[in-house]
Design a protein around this ligand. Structure first.
Ligand code: SF4
Ligand code: SF4
Length: 133
């Protein structure tokens, strides 16, 4: 999946790859984390270079900061509020267009196959599109 963000931008930011204890629910399926100084970092994360898996990272990682959550019988394609880069006001329109065209089709298909693992919608996240489950 192509990314809207440069690898270097995410390597510097690291937000997606390091988790607080209460955020372990966001760890992508199949990813192992290790605790260090009270935080949990993905074992594939490199302090200097970011994600070592590059193009082989899991779909949920490749799609981030877009994700799919559920609200009743709806699937909401959202932009996660935790991403400082794409939540910049001047990037939101670009993010929505890119997300709906380049990320949503594959992520929705994947999400429909894993409905039981989807999180409930968090109102802090921006809804980019609403779809049937
Ligand atoms: S696989 Fe890569 S992108 Fe995903 S959490 Fe680990 S380091 Fe981050
Ligand atoms: S929060 Fe945004 S900028 Fe930071 S690592 Fe994740 S996707 Fe990249």
């Amino acid at each position: 999946m192509v990314s809207i963000l440069k690898h270097e931008t995410c390597a510097k930011c690291k937000i997606c790859c390091t988790f607080k204890k209460e955020s372990l629910v966001y760890v992508p399926k199949g990813i192992e984390v290790k605790e260090k100084n009270g935080l949990f970092a993905c074992v594939h994360h490199c302090e200097n270079m970011g994600c070592r898996l590059r193009k082989n990272k899991p779909l949920e990682c490749a799609a981030w900061p877009f994700s799919v959550s559920k609200r009743g019988k709806e699937l909401l394609f959202v932009l996660e509020h935790s991403c400082p880069e794409l939540n910049k006001k001047e990037r939101l329109q670009e993010a929505k267009k890119f997300g709906l065209e380049m990320v949503a089709p594959a992520l929705l298909e994947y999400s429909r196959q894993h409905l039981d693992t989807l999180r409930e919608y968090d109102e802090k996240n921006k809804i980019m599109g609403i779809f049937k489950a």
